[in-house]
Design a protein around this ligand. Structure first.
Ligand code: GDP
Length: 442
């Protein structure tokens, strides 16, 4: 599934040149690649345009965490935006109404409506312990009624019989009545489809919708149909108040574009995906998981997550290693830690998370400005002063204060903070991270 898209996106990662920040320049080619990949995967053009814009806006200025390459950081942005494009969070089936909760299935002939009705009945029965009744209103195709009946008996789910001589609405209302009397929790109404959008079909299903007032109106669409799937989705969405989408045949060699477009075009959540002809082939749709699948880079994505989560630990470990090797913690390291904190985002948000020395040394509530001043002071020192702060006597301090545009008191305060940080590093080298964390809390 979606292999071409995945392959193309994989090449993006390698092609962003190494820089600490994502810029207009270094992501330009990557954006072009993503655009091509999406168009090839049959994602609708307006969707591609919006998506590329979003990715660009979000990517510009993103700092590249130390353990990542710029390509990986860019993929992180694409992953987030893909997830958002597909709806961000999983939306489950809604059965919150007086029983029977009616689920109306809509879609073109061959989209997988009948199969999906059966799959859904299985899922609701087995996973949600619901008592389900299935009914078919496809009076034009007796074979379709038979097909649903067969599925129902395979599943051991109740089936409400109908014939080609009845009217669809009469069938549905009789089934609703039957479900009420027999305490069914859910009634799944399969409807007639056509090969294309057709006014008679639309009127019929609109009438069913008005009379049944279903809690779910699910639009079933075949992912293999590419751009056509999107046009059909739009037409159904304009006519019926859809509550969700079932995207079928994602197991086949669909190019996958529909999965990426359909939410954006209709504004309705994809609730399930069909991943096989068997009755077990229905899965709850999770935008985040689908985005990972599309990118096909599980390893990179977890790397990004780890980098974001562990950058603080990694940094602490690096310093611990340095101290173990007998090297002192100097002002240069202190500055590096402060810069590291910057990279990780807002200072105050990180104050309590950072087990590094800088976390302990910078007073709680320190803002960006305070950090800028600290950096300014360290920058005004000579390399020798940074590596041996003990040589900083009054005259040197005055020179540094003047160079950094601060008072001598501020230089002294910084040196105090640095001493605290040094102590912290010593503690860490003796007792490891956990001891240091305890020290920080106390
Ligand atoms: P309907 O006309 O909308 O009721 O469509 P059907 O339920 O009869 O399905 C049409 C064809 O698509 C059948 O051959 C199904 O087995 C097949 N089908 C339905 N859903 C899926 C799916 O998720 N994956 C695959 N591979 N085939 C499916």
């Amino acid at each position: 599934m979606l292999e071409n898209l995945t392959t193309r996106l994989a090449s993006v990662i390698k092609n962003i040149r190494g820089q600490a920040r994502l810029t207009e320049d270094n992501i330009q080619d990557a954006l072009r690649e993503v655009r091509m990949a999406l168009l090839e995967a049959d994602v609708a053009l307006p969707v591609v345009k919006d998506f590329i814009n979003d990715v660009k806006q979000k990517a510009l200025g993103v700092e590249v965490l130390q353990s990542l390459t710029p390509g990986q950081a860019f993929i992180g942005v694409v992953h987030n935006e893909l997830t958002a494009l597909m709806g961000t969070t999983h939306v489950g089936i809604n059965l919150a109404t007086t029983p029977p909760a009616i689920i109306l299935m809509a879609g073109l002939q061959g989209s997988g409506k009948t199969t999906s009705s059966g799959k859904l009945a299985k899922l609701l029965t087995e996973q949600m312990k619901k008592k389900v009744l299935l009914v078919s209103c496809d009076v034009y195709r007796p074979a379709a009624i038979e097909q649903l009946k067969t599925l129902a008996s395979q599943l051991g789910v109740d089936f409400f019989p109908s014939t080609g001589e009845q009217k669809p609405l009469d069938i549905a209302l009789a089934a609703q009545d039957y479900a009420k009397k027999h305490y069914h929790d859910v009634l799944i109404v399969d409807t007639a489809g056509r090969l294309g959008i057709d006014e008679v079909m639309m009127n019929e299903i609109s009438e069913l919708h008005r009379s049944l007032n279903p809690v779910e109106t699910l639009f079933v669409v075949d992912a293999m149909q590419g751009q056509d799937a999107i046009n059909t989705a739009r037409a159904f969405n304009d006519t019926l108040p859809l509550t969700g989408i079932i995207l079928t045949k994602l197991d086949g060699d669909s190019r996958g574009g529909a999965a990426l477009s359909v939410r954006h075009v209709t504004g309705k959540p994809i609730k399930f995906i069909g991943v096989g002809e068997k009755l077990t082939g229905l899965e709850a749709f999770h935008p985040e998981r689908m985005a990972s699948r599309v990118l096909g880079m599980g390893d990179v994505l977890s790397l990004i997550e780890d980098a974001q989560r562990n950058v603080d630990h990694a940094e602490a470990a690096r310093f611990a290693d340095k101290i173990k090797k007998g090297k002192g913690f100097d002002l240069e390291d202190f500055k590096a830690q402060i810069q590291q904190m910057r990279k990780m985002g807002g200072i105050s948000a990180l104050m309590d998370k950072l087990p590094g020395a800088a976390g302990a040394a910078i007073p709680a509530g320190a803002d960006e400005k305070a950090v800028n001043r600290i950096e300014g002071i360290i920058n005004a020192m000579t390399p020798q002063e940074r590596s041996k702060p003990e040589i900083l006597k009054a005259s040197r301090k005055r020179r540094i204060a003047a160079g950094a545009g601060v008072s001598v008191q501020e230089v002294n305060r910084l040196l105090k903070q640095f001493e605290q940080a040094q102590k912290m590093m010593k503690m860490m080298s003796k007792g490891g991270l956990s001891k240091m964390m305890r020290g920080m809390k106390g």
